[in-house]
Design a protein around this ligand. Structure first.
Ligand code: FES
Length: 148
């Protein structure tokens, strides 16, 4: 009677140790590096290259009128439904979470199961998705588009 529970406890502890070991290994790479590179950190933060918010995402000229462009890393799709009018939406399909694949013929298209979303407001043009793509805030400054 006590043996199975003891064995379970040992297994659970072993699994926890393994998980902890993995995360410790990762932390050693990141944390140790940060400590050793503390004198380098101010110079890196000065470049601002690690801050996605507020940083230019793209140029207005890169977004086709009546079309759009998908930024997979940022999980954002930026559209220009009319000249000079830019919109942004989550690029995560509301059906089952695929990243939308392309923008064509006035819709943002997910090729996982064929859902289409309108470039003007992210609303569903074709299922199986039921919910619109959530809007994202962007800022247009001159010819630069940034995530707000
Ligand atoms: Fe996009 Fe299914 S995940 S259509």
């Amino acid at each position: 009677m006590t043996n199975p529970s003891t064995r379970r406890a040992v297994l659970a502890t072993g699994a926890a140790a393994l998980i902890a070991g993995c995360s410790n290994y990762g932390d050693e790479n990141g944390g140790g590096g940060e400590e050793e590179a503390s004198s380098v950190a101010p110079a890196e933060s000065g470049t601002g290259s690690e801050a996605p918010a507020g940083e230019a995402l793209t140029k207005t000229g890169d977004i086709p009128v009546d079309g759009g462009k998908i930024f997979k890393d940022e999980k954002v799709v930026v559209t220009q439904p009319e000249q000079g009018g830019f919109k942004a939406f989550s690029a995560v399909c509301t059906h089952m979470g695929c990243i939308v694949a392309n923008v064509s013929d006035g819709t943002i298209n997910c090729t996982c199961h064929g859902s289409k979303f309108r470039i003007a407001d992210g609303s569903v043009a074709k299922g199986p998705a039921q919910k619109p793509l959530p809007a994202k805030q962007i800022t247009v400054t001159g010819d630069s588009i940034s995530l707000a």
